[in-house]
Every structure is written in C-alpha cells, then in structure tokens.
Design a binder for this molecule. Structure first.
Ligand SMILES: [Zn+2]
Ligand SMILES: [Zn+2]
Length: 123
C-alpha cells in the first residue's frame, strides 16, 4: 500500500519519512518535484531532466520541516516557524547547488546515458 504524502513549498515527500525518494513507501517524487522548479533552473533543467534518477533525494524532515501548528495541511520550518519557508525549503537553490557540484565533480556525468551519448566521460 502506498503511503501518504506531504507537500512542502510545492515539493512532495512521503509523510512517514519526509523522503523524496523512499524505498519503504515505494515513492519517487523527484520527477514531479523537478517539474515544479524546471522554469527556475534555466540551463540546468535539461541537465537535471536527463539525470533525474541520480539526483540526490531531499529529506524534508532533515531540513527542519514540522507540521504547522494552525493548519494541519501545511508544513513549516523549525527555524523561522514559517509555512513553506522560502529560505529553508528553497528547492531551486538546493537542486542547483547539487547540480553544480555534480557537474564539477562529474559524478552524474560519468553515469550519463549511453544511448544518447549526451554526456561525455570526463576521465
Ligand atoms: Zn517513506
Ligand atoms: Zn525557515
């Protein structure tokens, strides 16, 4: 049975573990989550779309998400007590940082798609 999900600042995570990718809940929300920020990613969106399966999944509870006191449907951050906090849950920034680090390190690139030959081996 599929677990329930929560939405934090437009991104979906499993309710039980706060995971974007959860083997226990059999869910992987990265694709739908990526679509939400696609426009904001600019040049990186294509890169990420290709390597979606390798994006490091975000754990929203690790970022301090807690159920909002007044509206049970919403989640706020521990730090600012702000619902859908744009600072703590800045997905564009989080994904961009990882993508940039990965581009430099070449971790994603090395796993690139052999069918398309889109990515070159870096070493
Ligand atoms: Zn889960
Ligand atoms: Zn915050």
């Amino acid at each position: 049975m599929l677990g329930e999900n929560i939405i934090v600042n437009d991104f979906m995570f499993c309710l039980d573990h706060g995971d974007e990718l959860c083997h226990r809940c059999f869910c992987d929300h990265r694709l739908t989550n990526n679509i939400r920020i696609e426009d904001d990613l600019g040049d990186l969106s294509e890169f990420i779309a290709f390597e979606i399966e390798d994006r490091h999944p975000i754990n929203v509870y690790a970022l301090g998400a807690v159920a909002a006191v007044h509206t049970e449907e919403s989640y706020q951050c521990e730090k600012h007590k702000s619902i859908d906090c744009k600072t703590c849950f800045d997905w564009v920034d989080i994904v961009k940082k990882e993508a940039e680090a990965t581009e430099e390190g070449g971790r994603w690139s090395l796993k690139g798609s052999p069918e398309t030959g889109f990515f070159e081996q870096l070493d």
